[in-house]
Design a protein around this ligand. Structure first.
Ligand code: ATR
Length: 268
């Protein structure tokens, strides 16, 4: 039986094993998918041992996405531009292939919600790893992007790097132009601390839709709660993105795309 895993630290909370189990049943694939706790000091050695024992692939989550990327031999364009990977695949020739399916997961989810039309203005809050991972697929989906970050220089750096792929600009979080953005996406790490980025309420009130790349079980994330308290009805957390990135990883490994919608309707 082929073995896959998700590596992270912490990892006990991960929903990926449950998602991939459902995908495997859905598509009749004979595989197992387990959660692996990465060690901050020995992650590289752990991953090498995992593949030496015959594993076919893995997902990688925080805080190892950059370290996993550096271990790979070959890269997809979206992994290369992100400089980080959430998916590794052992190729037939023994080489390790890195992909980043986070952005494809987000794009799939925005499509599912009916929120992705060409030439929209998207506002992304945050300029860290989460943002970097989704910029190329969003630009390829013909979205115009404004990145707003507390530290302007980081947003500017990303805007410059990704400008060959489409229309992308940078602004400081405090000075976001009060415009009607089609979709406002939270990609800051703030929800984890129960807080939200400090932006003008009008930005959310006028937004066509509000999306949080984070998700929370049976409750609203702080960002979604804020949007709702401001009267925004078109909101979604990032659970569909999680399922989407898992589906794109699954397709890379097994050559078959699982049905995201069926899983979302049924729940896990
Ligand atoms: P991730 O991989 O989750 O993106 P990260 O790379 O550490 O994590 O990036 C965290 C993001 O959240 C950054 O955009 C960060 O802003 P800075 O670049 O200014 O640090 C943002 N963030 C974290 N704490 C914040 C806060 N209190 N207010 C505003 N933005 C914050």
């Amino acid at each position: 039986m082929d073995t896959y895993a998700v590596w992270g630290n912490p990892i006990a909370q991960s929903k990926s094993p449950a998602i991939h189990k459902i995908f495997a049943e859905q598509t009749g694939q004979n595989m197992k998918y387990i959660a692996m706790l990465g060690d901050e000091q020995h992650f590289e050695r752990q991953l090498q041992e995992f593949f030496a024992q015959g594993a076919k692939g893995c997902n990688v989550t925080a805080p190892f996405k950059e370290r996993a990327y550096r271990l790979a031999d070959e890269y997809s364009e979206r992994a290369l531009t992100a400089g980080a990977c959430n998916t590794l695949k052992k190729l037939e020739n023994g080489k390790l292939y890195a992909d980043n399916t986070d952005g494809a997961g987000l794009v799939s989810d925005l499509q599912r919600l009916g929120w992705l039309k060409p030439n929209q203005q998207i506002l992304i809050l945050g300029a860290g790893g989460a943002t970097k991972g989704v910029l190329l697929p969003l630009l390829q989906a013909q979205q115009k992007i404004l990145i707003a970050n507390r530290t302007l220089a980081k947003a500017e750096e990303l805007a410059e790097k990704f400008s060959p792929y489409g229309e992308i600009r940078a602004v400081e979080l405090k000075t976001i132009p009060p415009y009607r953005y089609d979709v406002v996406i939270n990609a800051t790490s703030l929800g984890l601390t129960g807080k939200t980025a400090d932006i003008q309420p009008e930005i959310l009130q006028q937004a066509g839709a509000v999306y949080d790349m984070q998700y929370a079980k049976e409750t609203d994330t702080p960002f979604i709660a804020l949007a709702k308290s401001l009267g925004v009805n078109n909101v979604s957390d990032g659970f569909g993105m999680l399922v989407g990135q898992a589906a794109h990883s699954f397709r890379l490994w097994r050559g078959i795309m699982p049905d995201i919608e069926v899983l979302l309707n049924r729940g896990i």
